[in-house]
Design a protein around this ligand. Sequence first.
Ligand SMILES: Cc1cc2nc3c(=O)[nH]c(=O)nc-3n(C[C@H](O)[C@H](O)[C@H](O)COP(=O)(O)O)c2cc1C
Length: 326
Amino acid sequence: MNRASGELCRLFGIERPIFQAGMGWVTTGRIAAAVSGAGGLGCIATGGIMGSDELRDHISHVREVAPGRPFAVNLLLPSGADDRDTMGGLDFTRLQLDVCFEQKVPIIVSGLGNPADVVGEIHAHGAKLVCVVGTVRAALKVAGLGADAVVLSGAEAGGHCGPTGTLSLAQDGIGRIGVPVLLAGGIATPQAVAAALALGAAGVSVGTRFLASEESDAHAVYKQAVVDAGERATAVTRACTGKPSRAWRSPFVAEWEGREDEIQPYPEQAIDHFWRAYAGAIEGDVEQGFFPLGQCAAAIDAILPAAAIVDLLAAPAEAAAEAPAE
Ligand SMILES: Cc1cc2nc3c(=O)[nH]c(=O)nc-3n(C[C@H](O)[C@H](O)[C@H](O)COP(=O)(O)O)c2cc1C
């Protein structure tokens, strides 16, 4: 393991520098327990909308199945939704944060909004904060606010994404962010992990590959869509939430192509259409659903147990640790 990976593992109490990315509805206690049990960092996603009791149940499940192992909860911080009843609304985030504090969740991973209002509170409760960002500018900002680590997520990534590719973000950002940097977006194979480590990343955060795992809660149709996807299977669209998101080019996504001007800004579009993310992920409704998906789906050809994915992806870090010093 290189120095940056070793520091990352010590900081978060994990054995392998592999984070399983939070994916709304898809990653609950089941996969988080499997990944943390295999030495990576498992993550329960709230999808910006999970209720308090449900979140408590998933946290208990991880503690039961992977006792003593660190794990994370992913929150979508508000960014313009105030207290409205949709993804990332302030009311939900407040309730979810309170559950995390009450349950002494060790690591919180934030997506979407600005963590300025919550970082002090998170640290005061003894938790660590990892922020997922899509630009180097945002990475510098959250590091300055006190984030313990940053995930630089490129345009290849499934779900909400920025405009810049992972490789470009890495070359520009790693080395000047000041806290450990993990790369995300397009990482599905050991070769991609080796590339991330060679670029100086401390670790990787992986979504789409874990979407196609046995323990992800995604509907069988969705998992098969990952396996079947070719290189033109995804598109970036604002159709589901009003924010750019990479997804499988399903009938709902295709329906909005060429009509981008009619898409409302967040949160209005999310209030009308966010239900489609549940319809896709859990009900496997191909006609009406929305299916976030990364470009690396084209490189994934099997649904594996999550622990096997951790083993596969951790191999380059472990090979580096075993190589004799020159
Ligand atoms: C199905 C799906 C759902 C996602 N949901 C969330 C989410 O709820 N919160 C979040 O911060 N990011 C979410 N993301 C983004 C992932 O956390 C991660 O950053 C991304 O998948 C990494 O890129 P990759 O898919 O190429 O591995 C989602 C991604 C996917 C594919």
